[in-house]
Structure formats: C-alpha cells, structure tokens
Design a protein around this ligand. Structure first.
Ligand code: PBG
Length: 328
C-alpha cells in the first residue's frame, strides 16, 4: 500500500519550522496608540483591557517600549476633550491640537527609530462623530459631504506632516481623499510623506471598542461611506482608485473577517499591503482568554500568522509590542 504522507513534514518542531511559509515579524507590526487631552493619568479602555488612552508622559514611555521591541511603526490617534469637539473638527487642524501635539512628542522621543504614522480622519474630533463634515444632498437628506470633507483632510494631513508624521493614513473612505492629500502635501514640500490609504475599509461592527477608546459620540452608522461587508469586487475598485491617486501603501480593514479580500488585494497590488486587526478582534481574544475559553498567546500568534499568510506585508495590531517580544 502506498499512502501519500504529508504528515512527514509535520513530524518534529524542527521540520515544521523548516517548511513554515508565513512569518509575522516584529518589523511588520504597527502599534495603534491613543493620546488623550485633559487627563493626568493613563486611562484604561474598558472594552480593550490592556490598551490605554495615554498622557504625554505615558505616550513617550509606551513608544520607547515599542521601539525597543523592534516594531515597524506607530499609528497615533488623538482623543480631544469632549468640549473641544465641534461640527467641523477644528481641533484636528489646530497645530496645538492633541493629535498634532502627540506627533511632535513621538518625533522628539523616537525620531526615525521607527515609523511615525497618524490617523487622518475627523471622527475623533467631530461632535456628531462622523468621519467628515455634514451637509445635504440634492434631495435634502443629511449626508457626510464628500468634497467639503476632502478640504479638511488636506489641511489635517498638512498639519500632521508639519508636526513630523512620516505617514498619513486617511481612514474616512471619502472619494478622492488620496489625490487631494497628495496634492496638498506636494504643494508644501512634503513630497516624501507617505500615504497609507485605508482603501478597503468596511462598515464593521468590530470597531465597537475603538469608539470607546476615542470617546466617540457617533449616532447612527457609517454605512453611506464605508463598504458593505457583502461586497468583494468593490474593494478591488477602491484599491485601484487609491493607487491611481498615489497611495504608497494600501490597507484592508478589518482583518479577520476579510482575509479573502486581503488575499485578492495582495495578489494584485504593486505596493505594500497592510491589514488592521481591529479593536473588536482584540476584544474577542481578550474576553475569551480572560474567561479561560482559549489560549491567549496561541490565539494571538495564530491570528497574526493567518493575516500574514493571507498576504499582509504590514499588520496593525494592538498586540504589536507584546507580540514583537515573542517573535524576536
Ligand atoms: C476612523 C477609524 C476607526 C478605526 C480606525 N480609524 C473607526 C471607524 O471607522 O469607525 C477603527 C479601528 C479599530 O476598531 O481598532 N478614524
């Protein structure tokens, strides 16, 4: 009897290591971080145990720790004081606004020892919680006004570049956002600032804990601008458009429910591809392991390996610092 035996290549740790295809590496991991205005101690985020809203001091400490662990980049989000939010996200373009301040702190603290990235989106700064400014369509419906929002994104990206961000990351899914940001950056001499485009971003319920993390005041949903989880083709179109507009890196988000999309994008993209293991993915692993239902470390490693195997060159994950420690 001749049995074909794939098990031969699984027989010992050494042979498994020899033939392993996907390897998440510390340098592929990016840590999302939050800096909050008006707090004197780091604040726990109840739905994301182990993740904090940072003060200026604790941001420095956490950034240094992440750099020591060898991670590839830091993605910073700003959390303004509730009373500073308004309908057009004024604080987002204030050079002294909390996010721009945080970028300056990162630049002073870690310089070019890692890659400093900033979220280019209005939702943390608007009182209505949407990713853009509101307006009305021709039928009188209230909408997020695409083209008015683009102007805010261009200003926001410029302030982030001035503060020292090497990467700006438009995450609002407005049409034309990459082109307008590119033009604004180039016109001010920031030709070398990189655009990481959230190209295929789905309207996902798995962002729930993130809304806690940034104190979001969103009522309603983002279904009229982020993608419908039913659709795959649309992602390829979004990626194509962002590439034509000048995206340097494209992203798929969330990661776990959308590994098929990630695979398709990775197969065709001529630029590096990122994937975001979002807050809800983190929260599920944390909750299930706290309950003793799953092995935390193995599940984290398996999730990162799967995202890598599906084609991500870069993984944004709240586990970046911790996982980098294991992977080194
Ligand atoms: C928008 C933004 C969001 C996330 C990253 N950038 C929230 C949203 O689109 O509603 C979610 C990240 C996560 O859930 O971890 N600024």
């Amino acid at each position: 009897m001749s049995v074909i035996r794939p098990r031969r290549l699984r027989s010992t740790p050494a042979v498994r290591r020899l033939v392993a295809e996907a390897h998440p590496r510390p340098e592929n991991l990016v840590l999302p971080m939050f800096i909050a205005d008006g707090i004197s101690e780091p604040q726990k985020i109840s739905t994301m145990p182990g993740v904090f809203q940072h003060t200026e001091e604790s941001l420095k400490y956490a950034a240094e720790e992440a750099v020591r662990a060898g991670i590839g980049g830091l993605m910073l989000f700003g959390v303004p004081a509730q009373e500073d939010k308004d309908s057009i996200a004024t604080v987002a373009t204030d050079p002294q606004g909390i996010l721009n301040k945080g970028i300056r702190i990162l630049r002073e603290t870690i310089g070019d020892d890692s890659v400093i990235m900033a979220d280019t989106c209005l939702d943390e700064f608007t009182d209505h919680g949407h990713c853009g400014v509101l307006g009305h369509d021709a039928m009188g419906r209230e909408i997020v006004d695409n083209d008015a929002t683009l102007l805010r994104y261009a200003d926001m990206a410029l302030e982030q570049a001035r503060a020292g961000a090497q990467v700006v990351a438009p995450s609002g899914m407005m049409d034309g956002q990459v082109a307008l940001i590119r033009e604004a950056l180039d016109s001010e001499g920031f030709e070398d600032v990189i655009i990481l485009a959230y190209s295929a971003k789905y309207a996902s319920a798995f962002y729930g804990p993130f809304r806690d993390a940034v104190g979001s005041t969103l009522h309603g949903d983002r279904n009229a601008y982020q993608q419908d989880p039913s659709n795959a083709r649309e992602s390829l179109r979004e990626v194509e458009l962002d590439l034509a507009e000048g995206a340097d890196i494209v992203m798929v988000k969330p990661a776990f429910g959308f590994l098929d999309i990630l695979r398709e994008v990775a197969d065709t993209s001529p630029v590096p591809v990122a994937a975001y293991q979002v807050s809800g993915e983190y929260a599920m692993i944390e909750a299930a392991s706290a309950a003793g239902y799953i092995d935390r470390r193995r599940c984290i490693e398996e999730s990162l390996t799967s995202i890598r195997r599906a084609g991500a060159d870069i993984i944004l994950t709240y586990y970046a610092t911790e996982a980098a420690g294991w992977l080194r």
